[in-house]
Design a protein around this ligand. Structure first.
Ligand code: NCD
Length: 309
């Protein structure tokens, strides 16, 4: 297969396994490009991309912008806090105004689940979801799987545990879809209050004992408590959460194998993982960030080639 089955990247839910493999093969090529002394290719010289961020972001926004620039696309950036959204403009009006300036692709982060799906039905541009509320964050899941494949050779057949705030995490849902599609075994682990009620229906196991989860897995993906999305208290204190669900070096060293540690960032050092774990050789956190650029270049390149047709 040489083209994606979709015109937008709205969620992993809409992808096929072959789409993921195509994105990975394309990212392999771009990873080689960004490690050259001249890190740029002219592939998207005729494409204009708007990064439209209605929610805070550091690495995702920078990673998209760098990916776009490495592909030689024209880039415009828009952040909601400095925009007319504050004056009462609707999402469709905001984006249609941007598109009338001849924009081909919109990378959007939005606090509302489904915002990208909604937009894709109303505007003429290719949409990439850069995180929609607690719903999906497809490029994060792609770069996570790509980083597992890089470290362990393959994703299929591997045991992956996702630890923490599964209920409010778009990283968790997109990872579950991506990992299952590639044939990994997935468990979620966290306080019962932060595990969605019917999560098993997605084909994942549930484990509330962190040590047992770590003993089972090849990879632990540690998530941040999404404090900005907590309307009520889901656990007694942060200290208690850390005692039960935080990973420290002593715990890792007491396991009978060396597991891989991941984190999408931003890390709350000392809460979900200690600094000695985050900075250890078991951690692939910075590889995830590096791979994010290659993965986003691949996604943008493959979607742009569908626009041109
Ligand atoms: C994640 C996000 O924004 O959903 N971060 C990211 O994109 N790198 C995870 C998080 O905020 O905890």
């Amino acid at each position: 297969m040489s083209e994606l089955s979709v015109h937008h990247l709205l969620g992993i839910k809409y992808l096929k396994e072959s789409d993921i493999q195509l994105i990975f093969e394309t990212a392999d090529h771009f990873k080689e490009v960004i490690n050259r002394s001249i890190k740029k290719v002219p592939s998207l010289r005729d494409i204009t991309i708007a990064n439209v961020f209605f929610e805070n972001s550091t690495r995702t926004r920078l990673s998209f912008e760098l990916a776009e620039k490495r592909l030689s696309a024209d880039v415009i950036n828009f952040s909601a806090s400095q925009s007319s959204v504050k004056k009462g403009e609707t999402l469709i009006d905001t984006v249609n105004n941007i598109l009338s300036m001849k924009v081909d692709m919109v990378v959007m982060r939005h606090p509302n689940p489904g915002a990208g799906i909604f937009l894709s039905k109303h505007v003429k541009a290719s949409i990439i979801n850069a995180g929609d509320g607690a719903h999906e964050h497809p490029t994060q899941a792609l770069l996570d799987s790509y980083s597992i494949r890089e470290r362990l050779g393959d994703v299929a057949g591997k045991n992956i545990v996702i630890v923490g705030d599964i209920l409010h995490s778009r990283v968790a849902l997109s990872n579950i879809f991506a990992l299952k599609l590639q044939g990994a075994h997935v468990k979620v682990c966290g306080p019962k209050t932060l595990l969605p009620k019917h999560i098993e229906s997605l084909g994942v196991g549930v484990e509330t004992n962190l040590r047992k989860a770590l003993e089972w897995c090849d990879v632990a993906n540690m998530l941040r408590i999404q404090n900005e999305r907590l309307d009520i208290s889901y656990f007694p204190t942060t200290r208690e959460y850390t005692q039960q669900f935080g990973v420290n070096k002593k715990l890792l060293d007491s396991l009978d194998k060396e597991i891989v540690i991941m984190h999408p960032g931003p890390i709350n050092r000392g809460v979900e993982i200690t600094s000695d774990v985050a900075d250890s050789k078991q951690s692939i956190i910075l590889n995830q960030v590096e791979n994010g650029v290659a993965i986003r270049m691949a996604v943008i390149y493959l979607l742009a080639s569908k626009i041109k047709q």
